[in-house]
Design a protein around this ligand. Structure first.
Ligand code: ARG
Length: 552
């Protein structure tokens, strides 16, 4: 709807960029614009004159009976939709259900690659990876809904020098039986032991380097062990993904690009973008704010940056994306600005926008890193187990689903760029801004719809006169606008905020507006509104990666 009004205005005023907003206060109509103000500035006419002029032209262009009123308020125009227009929109929800708000894009869809989750082999997934997974999946869902072809790529950290120490430790101290019991935990312990022993015996570092070297040269035993580490780690990660309901289109990982790395270094040298220094190869940016990056060490090994450059080349060639989005923690901001700059110098992604979609830290209740009750670093599986345990207190039958939903929603309801302090009480508060509250609202609506199963849903807006009913109608028509805004800003919290407001309005509605006992006509209209409300809640939650429950 917002887009429709923006288009009308843009045609009326012959302006490309027209900003239309959703006023917080219903007294200012359903939509508002300050276009007359801007228009007047440019043409040096009084804003009220400009407003009158634009209003008349819009009235001429708009379909008959579309607006109830268009008010002039200084340099603003406030649009109030007619009952007829609102009724058509709510009926559209009832007809399209989960497709309401999905734009119909002509032609071939554009492709966007989303790089998210990306945990590291032989290490547990941490809360940073959890945030990347949850936020990344929501962004994937939202962009797909908006009509893009989205490729979700899990760029697993499965290559690098850390494998040398692990290989040394496993070959010398490894015990298969213990390894099988808790593979990742066991590898982490080996890694820790290696570094402790290496402090006393620095020769071990050379041994580790030799193992890395053998691995990279293709030594059979090292390759076999490494593949096993990858396999057991992926198995653990997949358990978490199943619990979270997350899926990728590709899981290529850093090792996939190994064969491309030397060529990239050679190419960078040839293009004069990279230079040699003491046997190593680096890209110099000549910018004091941006440190240079090494892309090949003097021993010939490559780095995280080299792999990321190779990954860009591959993705551009394979998928021809208009954008590649990296859903990665704030901490890596410098890394990505270096990589993006290097890509620009190397001209490897001139048609593709590269963007770091940053997020802050997720901290435990004390403001520290998340930990277990015993004060140790918390594993993701333990976090999800705890979520289930907490959810059992409010919903026995579906505790796993509610627990996972609570964790996801808690994350997604915050501005992704800020650090957030996790709080079980708030995440599971049945009366607050939480997944359980929204899920409960949904299940209440479903229960009303089940009870009135035989009744027809027929909307007559002239019968829905109460404040509560009007608020729901008003809120529902904003769904497509909010999804569009969440997509263009890559901010899932816009959608979460909206769903909370809608749930509040729906709660007030069903508490004050009985269906079954209402008079004929009114009952059918309320039922239609309840059905539209439940459809939008369901689809909105689905975009956030949250499954609804029919009963709670
Ligand atoms: N594995 C990395 C880490 O855990 C994240 C990788 C993000 N993606 C990328 N293309 N660099 O820190």
């Amino acid at each position: 709807m917002l887009e429709k009004i923006a288009n009308l205005l843009s045609e009326a005023a012959k302006e490309e960029e027209v900003k239309v907003t959703i006023p917080e206060n219903p007294a200012f109509g359903h939509y508002s614009t300050n276009l007359p103000f801007e228009f007047a500035k440019m043409r040096e006419t009084p804003p009220v004159e400009a407003a009158k002029d634009i209003r008349d032209r819009v009235a001429h262009l708009a379909p008959k009976g579309f607006f109830e009123r268009v008010d002039i308020a200084g340099g603003f125009l406030n649009f109030t939709l007619s009952d007829k227009a609102l009724e058509d929109e709510i009926n559209l929800i009832l007809k399209q259900k989960q497709d309401y708000g999905r734009p119909r894009m002509p032609g071939r869809p554009e492709t966007i690659v989303v790089d998210y989750s990306a945990p590291n082999i032989a290490k547990p997934m941490n809360v940073g990876h959890l945030r990347s997974t949850i936020i990344g999946q929501a962004i994937v869902n939202i962009l797909r809904f908006r009509g893009y072809r989205v490729i979700g790529d899990n760029h697993i950290g499965d290559w690098g020098t850390q494998f040398g120490s692990l290989l040394y430790a496993f070959k010398n101290w490894g015990n298969r039986r213990d390894f099988r019991k808790d593979p990742i935990g066991y590898l982490v312990n080996l890694y820790v032991r290696f570094h402790k022993e290496a402090e006393a015996n620095p020769d071990l570092m050379a041994e580790a380097r030799a193992e890395t070297n053998k691995l990279q040269k293709g030594d059979r035993e090292n390759r076999r062990l490494w593949r096993e580490f990858v396999k057991v780690s992926l198995r653990e990660f997949n358990k978490t993904y199943r619990r979270l309901g997350v899926r990728f289109n590709a899981t290529l990982g850093e090792s996939f690009y190994e064969k491309m790395l030397s060529r990239i270094v050679a190419d960078a040298l040839k293009k004069g973008v990279a230079e040699k220094e003491d046997g190593a190869v680096k890209i110099a940016f000549h910018d004091e704010k941006m440190p240079d990056i090494v892309i090949e060490k003097s021993d010939g090994s490559h780095l995280y940056s080299t792999t990321d450059l190779a990954t860009i080349i591959y993705r551009v060639k394979r998928w021809r994306p208009v954008k590649i989005l990296y859903v990665v923690a704030n901490e890596q901001a410098l890394h990505f600005s270096q990589i993006f700059k290097a890509a620009e110098l190397l001209k490897i992604a001139s048609e593709t926008e590269l963007r770091h979609v940053k997020f802050g830290m997720l901290l435990g209740e004390s403001g520290q890193k998340m930990s277990t009750r015993r004060g140790e670093f918390i594993k993701l599986e333990e976090l999800l187990d705890r979520a289930k345990e907490e959810a059992e207190k409010i919903e026995k039958r579906s505790a796993e689903k509610v627990g996972v939903a609570a964790v996801k929603y808690f994350d997604l309801s915050h501005d992704r760029q800020s650090d957030i302090i996790f709080d079980w009480g708030r995440a599971l508060n049945l009366k607050g801004n939480s997944a359980p509250y929204i899920l409960y609202t949904y299940s209440r609506l479903r229960s009303i719809l089940r009870k009135a199963e035989r009744m027809k849903k027929k909307l007559d807006l002239s019968l829905l006169k109460s404040e509560a009913e009007k608020k729901v109608v008003r809120q529902l028509i904003y769904f497509p606008d909010i999804v569009a805004e969440a997509a263009s800003n890559l901010m899932p919290n816009y959608l979460a905020d909206y769903l909370f407001k809608l749930a509040n309005d729906l709660n007030a509605f069903y508490e004050t507006s009985p269906v079954i006992s209402a008079k004929k006509g009114l009952a059918e209209s309320r039922l239609a509104l309840a059905a539209a409300g439940s459809a939008v809640l369901k689809q909105g939650l689905r975009l956030l990666g949250i499954e609804t429950l029919e009963k709670m």
